[in-house]
Design a protein around this ligand. Structure first.
Ligand SMILES: [Zn+2]
Length: 240
């Protein structure tokens, strides 16, 4: 996270930033820029949070639900979100059901609940005035993802499970729907954060700190990381 923060500080004026900020029960996936860096060697994926040697993730044996708020989005945005969800669903072997549009804004309040049940993932366009996730950000911050996970401790050890996530897409970024540095690339990147990936230190992945300009979908490292967060890694034995 520190390294990503340093990279952000050196961000070129033309870059776009995908950023999350830390909070106690929420995973922090740090900052990324789009489309300006050379490919650099490094780890092809990383997890946002690890507990007891295991990455924190959703229970992939339960159906994932999601909702959208496209009131501030460009026309055609919902199809882009559905495509991004489909990519992440395939890479994780998880089943996703769209619960329809919502007027709820992608704000931190969406995650502040005492419920231990899984929440639908909320993905929506917002701006600095309407979302505290984007407050203080500039148009260069294209998206922010935050997740909420629970930890249960017993004599058998600790088990964590992700139960909520919210993605705020910054309408001020005014990206194209598809292609390089697009809403589709940003939404897919943010949904990989939702599943539990952090930024990859390698420079050639969709989850790279600086997204390569020509990378518009999940790459081999992204997929390897998502596989370890998904159905192939088994269910998460979390009671409640
Ligand atoms: Zn990111």
């Amino acid at each position: 996270m520190t390294a990503a923060g340093l990279t952000l500080a050196a961000a070129p004026a033309t870059g776009r930033v995908l950023q999350t900020a830390p909070e106690t029960v929420l995973t922090d996936t740090a900052a990324a820029q789009v489309g300006t860096a050379a490919v650099v060697p490094g780890k092809s994926y990383a997890f946002a949070a690890v507990l007891g040697g295991r990455p924190v993730r959703w229970d992939p044996c339960r159906t994932m639900h999601w909702r959208s708020n496209t009131r501030l989005a460009p026309a055609g945005a919902l199809a882009v979100l559905k495509s991004a969800v489909a990519q992440v669903a395939a890479a994780t072997g998880t089943r996703w059901v769209y619960d329809g549009p919502t007027t709820s804004l992608p704000r931190l309040a969406a995650l502040r609940t005492s419920s231990t049940a899984p929440q639908p993932v909320l993905i929506g366009w917002a701006d600095r005035a309407s979302s505290d996730l984007l407050a203080g950000q500039t148009a260069r911050t294209a998206g922010i993802a935050r997740t909420r996970y629970l930890v249960a401790r017993s004599s058998a050890g600790s088990v964590a499970v992700t139960r909520g996530a919210v993605v705020a897409l910054n309408r001020a970024s005014r990206l194209p729907l598809r292609g390089a540095s697009s809403w589709q690339a940003v939404a897919t990147h943010e949904l990989a954060h939702v599943m539990g990936l952090a930024h990859a230190s390698a420079g050639n992945q969709l989850m790279s700190v600086v997204l390569p300009a020509r990378v518009t979908s999940l790459q081999a490292g992204d997929r390897a990381g998502l596989a370890r967060l998904g159905r192939a890694a088994g269910c998460v034995p979390f009671a409640g």
